[in-house]
Structure formats: structure tokens, C-alpha cells
Ligand binder design. Structure first.
Ligand SMILES: Cc1ncc(COP(=O)(O)O)c(C=O)c1O
Length: 383
């Protein structure tokens, strides 16, 4: 029985050969392939200014710097997102202001965002959870009304759309991840898409030591930059991956539809929480980076860890996304003072969520195997 990984990239022979040719080309670090990859990503996103980085985390840190976000500023984000968001807000010296998320879309609660705005608020960072776009009309109405920057955490959302436009093709700044678990990969890597070419140019300086080149051929540094430039080897892989993105997202959507077909009629009786159902045709084009469900732990005689181990024994990989960020040691600490009971949905998701296998290499038969094992385990462990 094959092992069904919960996430994973597709690297075919042609991609491996193209990477090999780049390795042998004599140019390894940022060069012509990075320029080509940035141009291709920009084209995919309606020609918007695009820069690539070593990760989405790096892209977000630089985006904050370019927006001038730092000490004294507040940045509103969801308690249900990946650690990198809170980490980067804190790293640039700003204060993370958490709000809760919706239980089924898992996206940031925009009512709570509005209530959390203070004179010190500088930006909103919404995550398009599992690739499902947030309500972009409402998000940008709030941001415009309060003159706030929006840095969209689109790490999981390359290939997602809103009213037919790719996420990143409109709005303020969007950051993407090309980690192997994402919809396409450059091994490690990320991108930021900007609404303003001057900000993209500043990001380019921030990502490479803060260096500006002078007319006499020497270099100057104008800001304390970082070292976040992507290699040509990664960019070459990214070019081929991007060419497959739409096909892979269409496959992901088919798999998600199959999960719903298998589970929808029995979810309620099992106590299983399914994610929000969203299709391609509507206003939200969901790229389905993840299919996350809530386990009925209160009705089960085994823990989530025992469930994951039992699925592993069935040769099925299961993930957990994410831990509620306000309850991590960093944010519980004296200085930040967060505690249980603040964000009910984020905390419940954090306790009960599991991610089922969903990626371009999964088949419809794999989905059926996963669902059969899941349902059997839930029935066997019912209290
Ligand atoms: C929601 C979300 N945001 C940001 C990131 C950071 O991406 P990267 O690993 O490219 O820095 C991740 C990574 O898993 C993520 O899941």
C-alpha cells in the first residue's frame, strides 16, 4: 500500500533536467533566471511589480520594512495563522494585535478587525487560509476607510482568485510561499507582489544588504538590509512549476470536491467539522492548498495524536495547521500577556484540527482511502 503524503510537490524529469542545466550554467545565485521568474510571476498577476525572496517569511519582513512598519505601530492579524506572521510583526518592532477567525473559513474575523483598530494601527495582515480568499471587498473597504496598509499573507493562495482575478493581482501587497507544501515550489522561496513599483524597488534594496549601486561603479548602503535573494537554481524550478500551477490547482479543486462527496452526508452524525465549501466559479476561487477538518475529540476515546498515529499506520500522512498563535510561549509571555479564552474559534481549531492529504500527486482513489480510514477510526473510537 503506497504512503499518501499529506502534502508534497511534483518534480518531473524535465524540471530536474532544467535545474541541472542551471546548475551547470556557471551562474547559481540571483541572475537571469530570477529576472525571468519575476517577469513570469508578474505576468500571471496582471503585470504587477513582483520580487522574489528566500521565503514568504522574508518577503513579509521586507514588506513591513518597505511600509515603514516598526516600533509604536500595531498590526492586526488572526490568532489562527502560521507563526511567521506574528514573528515578523514582532521582529520589525511592531505590536501584534490578534483577533479571532471564522470557524469554517478559518479566515480573519473582519468585524473584530474593525473593533481592534486604534490610532496606532498601521496595517492588517489577513491570511487566505488554506487558499480561500478573505472577503476582499470588505477587507479593502475597512483598510481604505482607516487608511491602513494591507499585507496579504497569500502563502497558501498562489492560484487562488477573487472575482476571477488572481490573489495578488489587485490590492496592496501580497506575499506568497513556494515551500514544498505549497501549490508550487522553488524548494524554499517566496514572492511579494506590490501595487507600487517604487515600493518593489525599495524591497529589492532591502532584500540584498540594503545595497544601492552608484554611478562610479561603487556601492553604498542606504538601509540596514537583509540577505533574502533567491538563487537562479530555485527560480528555474519556479518557472516550470508556475507553468503547471493552474492545472495543479484544478486537480486540487477536484480532490476537495471528492472529499465533500465522500464526507458531507455523514459529517454531522460523526461530529466531524468540514471546511467552508467554495468553488472555482464563484467570487472566491479556492486553490485548496489544504483540506482541514475538525475532529470530534469530545466524542472520541483517543487523542488527536493517537488519531494521527493510527492514520500513519494506515500509510496516510496527516498534518496540523495551526497552533493558536496567541497561546505560544512568545505571546503568552509577561510582555504580551495573552491567555486561553480570548479567541474561541482559533483555540478550538488549534485543539481539534487535522489536515488531510491534498496535493497534485493525490488521486481520487487516495481520497477514498483516506475517507474510509478516517470514518472507520472515528466510528471505532466513538465514546
Ligand atoms: C499561512 C502561512 N504564512 C506564511 C508561511 C511562511 O512561508 P515560508 O515558509 O515560505 O516562509 C507559511 C508557511 O507554512 C504559512 O503556512
Amino acid at each position: 500500500m503506497n504512503y499518501i503524503k499529506f502534502a508534497g510537490p511534483i518534480i518531473d524529469d524535465a524540471m530536474a533536467e532544467a535545474v541541472k542545466q542551471t546548475l551547470l550554467s556557471g551562474w547559481l545565485t540571483s541572475g537571469p533566471r530570477v529576472a525571468e521568474f519575476e517577469a513570469a510571476l508578474s505576468k500571471y498577476h496582471g503585470g504587477r511589480p513582483t520580487r522574489v525572496f528566500t521565503s514568504a517569511t522574508a518577503a513579509m519582513e521586507v514588506a513591513f520594512e518597505v511600509c515603514g512598519i516598526g516600533a509604536g505601530d500595531e498590526v492586526i492579524t488572526s490568532a489562527m495563522t502560521f507563526f511567521s506572521v506574528g514573528n515578523m510583526i514582532e521582529k520589525v518592532g511592531a505590536k501584534t494585535v490578534f483577533v479571532d477567525c471564522d470557524l469554517t473559513t478559518r479566515n480573519i474575523n473582519l468585524d473584530q478587525v474593525e473593533r481592534a483598530i486604534t490610532p496606532n494601527t498601521k496595517a492588517i495582515v489577513p491570511t487566505h487560509f488554506s487558499g480561500l480568499p478573505c472577503d476582499m471587498d470588505r477587507l479593502y473597504a475597512i483598510a481604505n476607510k482607516h487608511k491602513l496598509r494591507v499585507i496579504e499573507d497569500a502563502a497558501l493562495a498562489i492560484g487562488s482568485t477573487w472575482r476571477g482575478l488572481p490573489v495578488g493581482a489587485f490590492g496592496d501587497i501580497a506575499t506568497f510561499s513556494f515551500h514544498p507544501n505549497k501549490n508550487m515550489t522553488t524548494i524554499e522561496g517566496g514572492a511579494a507582489i506590490f501595487g507600487d513599483e517604487r515600493e518593489a524597488q525599495r524591497a529589492e534594496i532591502h532584500r540584498f544588504h540594503g545595497i544601492s549601486r552608484l554611478a562610479d561603479g561603487t556601492r553604498d548602503i542606504t538601509v540596514a538590509g537583509g540577505k533574502f535573494n533567491m538563487s537562479d537554481v530555485s527560480a528555474r524550478l519556479g518557472l516550470d512549476q508556475l507553468a503547471h500551477l493552474d492545472e495543479w490547482c484544478a486537480h486540487r479543486q477536484k480532490l476537495a470536491a471528492h472529499y465533500f462527496a465522500e464526507l458531507e452526508s455523514i459529517a454531522e452524525s460523526l461530529g466531524l467539522g468540514l471546511p467552508a465549501k467554495a468553488y472555482t466559479g464563484g467570487e472566491r476561487g479556492h486553490s485548496w492548498n489544504m483540506f482541514c477538518v475538525l475532529l470530534p475529540l469530545a466524542k472520541m476515546s483517543i487523542t488527536r495524536k493517537q488519531f494521527i498515529d493510527a492514520m500513519h499506520k494506515e500509510n496516510i500522512g496527516i498534518g496540523v495547521s495551526y497552533e493558536a498563535m496567541h497561546l505560544t510561549t512568545l505571546f503568552r509571555g509577561k510582555a504580551r500577556g495573552h491567555h486561553e479564552g480570548e479567541f474561541a474559534h482559533a483555540e478550538r481549531i488549534s485543539r481539534e484540527t487535522v489536515t488531510l492529504p491534498l496535493h497534485a500527486g493525490v488521486t481520487l482513489a487516495d481520497v477514498e482511502r483516506v475517507c474510509n480510514a478516517l470514518v472507520r477510526l472515528l466510528r471505532e473510537s466513538a465514546k
